[in-house]
Design a binder for this molecule. Structure first.
Ligand SMILES: Nc1nc2c(ncn2[C@@H]2O[C@H](COP(=O)(O)OP(=O)(O)O)[C@@H](O)[C@H]2O)c(=O)[nH]1
Ligand SMILES: [Mg+2]
Ligand SMILES: [Zn+2]
Length: 312
């Protein structure tokens, strides 16, 4: 009789998972049968799993039920669910105002995914030292109005890190953002000694060089776990029915009862109260543009877009 032990998946590679079990990290190979399901990756970072340590290598036998998942459509050629992380308490969208330039589209996609899964989300505006204060204020105003908390940080001088630590204590958080936004530098700043590799900004693309190609959980001495995710160019939330997308842009809610059609999709119908609010400047036009792009993508059911930055 073998005894199965329960552990936490802290990293997944192509063939093997790194599992924290009874205070140490073992490499375990998922059983073949786990790959028979609908998901592209049956095991994700953050999963609680059962492992058999008596086989060589250790065998990952079972994934325990998940509390939530951060899932996207794998790619434009693969409609399956790709789970980026499981069992998470909150997500921080890490972005910079400039270098690289802030992208509302990228931000709004991940916010929609978190809203769908009821995962609390906050926006970290890093590299505040490089930002034009007017641009920062505009972004803050847009997201504060949703409402989403905005935390300004500078990973190189330490500004905002105490607040971030306070918010992370006792929880498992995901850091999500473009490559080059400063996620690794922030994590190193939050816990000196972590020594994560930091990428140089490539001038040619004006974008960070890719240095993190898989998700990984780091345990912080101040009592927090954080999942560092690779840069993903296009996040298409998995499993969201088209008619539910509008509810993931929560600032539409107070207007949409006044649309002429109760099932208004807010993009072509007459007498649309949401569209009117965009025209009056009460709803951010950048947020509205993100919504329309995601809606078009769902309607086409053949999502276009660029590929990932990382190979995962
Ligand atoms: N000026 C400035 N540079 C930063 C800041 N945070 C990170 N960087 C730089 O931005 C580049 C990319 O950082 P990195 O942590 O690798 O980004 P990641 O891809 O999100 O992990 C590196 O050259 C960092 O030194 C910041 O707050 N201010
Ligand atoms: Mg990184
Ligand atoms: Zn409408």
């Amino acid at each position: 009789m073998t005894t199965l032990r329960t552990g936490l998946v802290i990293r997944t590679d192509a063939k093997v998972c790194h599992v924290e079990v009874e205070g140490r990290v073992v490499q375990a190979a998922p059983r073949g049968i786990l790959f028979d399901g609908e998901q592209k990756n049956p095991v994700a970072v953050g999963d609680q799993v059962e492992v058999d340590l008596e086989t060589q290598p250790a065998s990952l036998e079972r994934v325990l039920p998940r509390r939530n998942t951060l899932s996207r459509i794998a790619s434009s050629h693969d409609p399956r669910e790709q789970v980026l992380a499981a069992n998470i308490d909150q997500l921080f969208v890490v972005a910079s105002v400039a270098n690289p330039k802030f992208s509302s589209n990228r931000t709004d996609r991940i916010i929609a995914a978190c809203t769908w899964q009821h995962i609390p989300v906050a926006l970290v505006l890093n590299k505040i030292d490089l930002a034009d204060p007017e641009d920062t204020d505009a972004i803050r105003a847009t997201y504060a109005g949703i409402p989403i908390d905005v935390i300004e940080t500078c990973a190189v001088d330490g500004r905002g890190l105490d607040e971030l630590r306070r918010r992370m204590e006792g929880l498992t958080s995901v850091f999500y953002g473009s490559s080059g936004a400063g996620k690794s530098t922030l994590l190193n700043g939050l816990q000196p000694g972590l020594k994560l590799k930091v990428g140089k900004i490539s001038r040619y693309w004006d974008q960070g060089k890719h240095t993190t190609s898989y998700s990984q959980i780091h345990s912080m001495d101040f009592g927090a776990r954080v999942i560092d995710t690779p840069g993903i160019r296009v996040f298409r939330p998995f499993g969201v029915p088209q008619e539910n997308l509008r509810d993931l842009f929560t600032e539409f809610a107070r207007y949409q009862a006044r649309c002429r059609f109760s099932a208004c999709s807010h993009d072509h119908e007459p007498e649309c109260a949401v569209f009117d609010a965009v025209e009056r400047g009460e709803i951010s036009s950048a947020r509205y543009a993100s919504y329309v792009e995601m809606l078009d993508e769902m309607r086409a059911q053949r999502p276009d877009g660029e590929e990932d930055e990382g190979e995962e």
